[in-house]
Design a protein around this ligand. Structure first.
Ligand code: PGA
Length: 248
């Protein structure tokens, strides 16, 4: 049985003064023990949030492929562990697009994260033009095949895949539950012996209004939430929906 996993991605948002939101989210996570809850703030807040909210999984939004070296501006998985992180997101579509990250780079980052002892969330998802051309499944399964590290086979419970159609991120559009079920089923089918253990999350404009329906969709093991994770007022009902969906 896979536990529902509700993860917030704060992207480039949040200051020290935002930590009270994380505390309120931690309190809600405590009240919903049937769900795993994690928050990925900007690097600047990882250490403070991990200290303040020991019951939350706190994570990074990216990590480098290597442990250390002359890579100005980068942070390694080992450094994330050093400041209390328990997980890292890799391959988010914003990094694939703006930082030109290839599937190979994403796979190497995922290996680095697992090697350092972090859980990892590997993001995949198609642009609108690909969906409109009817090629979404081929595109996403190609990303899955090329972005997943071999190490996954030894630690499938520490790996989640987030399916985030790019056209649904931050737009208020969501994929229909039929589209989500079809894609999650296809991803599950491609996971071989890891299929029972890897959690597949949906992301893209998840809100308190649509979370219950999405989280009850077959093969959806959780949600990766951007905008609605910035405030406890919006994120807590999504955590509650996760618990509700676990109980059905
Ligand atoms: P959104 O972002 O919930 O704001 O659409 C999701 C994500 O990019 O992970």
């Amino acid at each position: 049985m896979r536990r529902k996993y509700i993860v917030g991605n704060w992207k480039m948002n949040g200051h020290i003064t935002s930590l009270h939101e994380a505390q309120a989210i931690e309190k809600a996570a405590h009240a919903h023990p049937g769900v795993d809850v994690a928050l990925c703030p900007p690097f600047t807040l990882v250490m403070a949030m991990a200290k303040l909210c020991p019951q939350l999984g706190v994570g990074g939004q990216d990590c480098h492929t290597l442990d250390k070296g002359a890579f100005t501006g980068s942070v390694s998985a080992d450094m994330l562990v050093d400041c209390g992180a328990k997980l890292a997101i890799v391959g988010h579509s914003e990094r694939r697009e703006y930082s030109h990250e290839s599937n190979e780079m994403v796979r190497n980052k995922a290996s680095a994260a697992l090697g350092a002892g972090l859980d990892v969330i590997i993001c995949v998802g198609e642009p609108l033009s690909v969906r409109e051309a009817g090629d979404a499944e081929t595109y996403v399964l190609g990303q899955v095949a090329q972005s997943l590290p071999m190490a996954l086979l030894h630690a499938p419970k520490r790996v989640a895949i987030a399916y985030e159609p790019i056209w649904a991120i931050g737009t208020g559009l969501t994929a229909s539950t039929d589209e989500i079920a079809a894609m999650h089923g296809a991803i599950r089918g491609a996971l071989g012996s890891a299929a029972n253990d890897v959690r597949i999350l949906y992301g893209g404009s998840v809100t308190p209004d649509n979370a219950a329906e999405i989280l009850a969709t077959s093969d959806v093991d959780g949600a990766l939430v951007g905008g609605a994770s910035l405030s406890a007022a919006k994120f807590v009902p999504i955590i509650a929906a996760g618990e509700g969906a676990s109980n059905t």
